[in-house]
Design a binder for this molecule. Structure first.
Ligand code: ZN
Length: 268
């Protein structure tokens, strides 16, 4: 209980102060004469309840702004991945999109709010599903991602350690504070860099837009902003368009984000 109060208090205060997203060690390396840039992480490709055509409406908007993003792909969704979706993944570079592994089936396997998919498997199952995913990508001639996005942002330390053997970058979000702990952006956990997207960088684009315009973003670092393309359908993407009007010139691609992260954490 007390843990949840601390978690909520931390996320609330951090939503108003960029400093609280970083350890002192990393914060001290960040040049304050430059404004932060953004990597956009887009979760949930494909989705059980929506079509590839629905996704392409979102993608076309991103494309109109020439805006790159990192797409969270789930290989073993109950409905599977169809041919058009596989073609899109195969040609992701052409579409200005990079890929991340967003869980395996994206099913919520536990009953309580703080349970998701990955945390409900045994460590041996996490290992087997990661190997199965690798085979799936290679059989379909798609480059295997070097990053992992836990579904629902629920990840625990033991499954994180297993995934760390395969993924140099592991992402998180607000719920990870409860399940993993109070880790900061660019902390090293096991052999991975931890890349969370806490508030105000997570949620509906409308809220993200409003809140980031209220905090100082004066640091030379690439922050991850997380969208869910399906959530943005509700206002016919008008919040997304407004966001891109204001910020698309500050969005970088995944490769440039990694270069920045390695620089600020003093890694090769
Ligand atoms: Zn998801």
């Amino acid at each position: 209980m007390i843990q949840h109060i601390f978690r909520k208090a931390y996320l609330f205060v951090a939503s108003m102060n960029l400093r609280l997203h970083f350890s002192s060690k990393v914060w001290s390396t960040l040049d304050k004469n430059k404004r932060a840039k953004f990597l956009i992480r887009v979760d949930d490709f494909p989705r059980n309840d929506l079509s590839f055509g629905d996704f392409m409406e979102f993608h076309k908007i991103m494309n109109n702004y020439n805006c790159p993003y990192l797409l969270g792909v789930t290989p073993f969704l109950p409905k599977g991945i169809n041919k058009k979706e596989l073609d899109f993944l195969r040609s992701h570079k052409f579409h200005n999109v990079d890929l991340s592994l967003h869980g395996f089936t994206h099913e919520k396997l536990g009953d309580n709010k703080y349970q998701g998919e990955v945390d409900c498997y045994s460590l041996a199952e996490v290992e087997i599903l990661t190997q199965k995913s690798k085979s799936f990508f290679s059989e379909n001639n798609i480059e295997f991602p070097d990053s992992f996005i836990p579904p629902f942002n629920v990840i625990k330390k033991d499954s994180f350690a297993v995934l760390s053997k395969y993924f140099p970058y592991i992402m998180g979000g607000p719920l990870s504070v409860t399940t993993l702990g109070f880790y900061k952006f660019l902390d090293r956990i096991n052999t991975s860099l931890y890349i969370p997207s806490y508030f105000p960088f997570y949620g509906y684009v409308k809220d993200i837009h409003q809140k980031i315009s209220c905090i100082s973003m004066q640091r030379d670092v690439v922050i991850v902003i997380t969208f869910h393309w399906s959530w943005e359908m509700k206002d016919n993407y008008s919040s997304l368009i407004q966001f891109l009007d204001s910020y698309s010139d500050r969005v970088v691609n995944y490769n440039d984000a990694k270069i920045n992260w390695r620089k600020v954490t003093n890694e090769k």
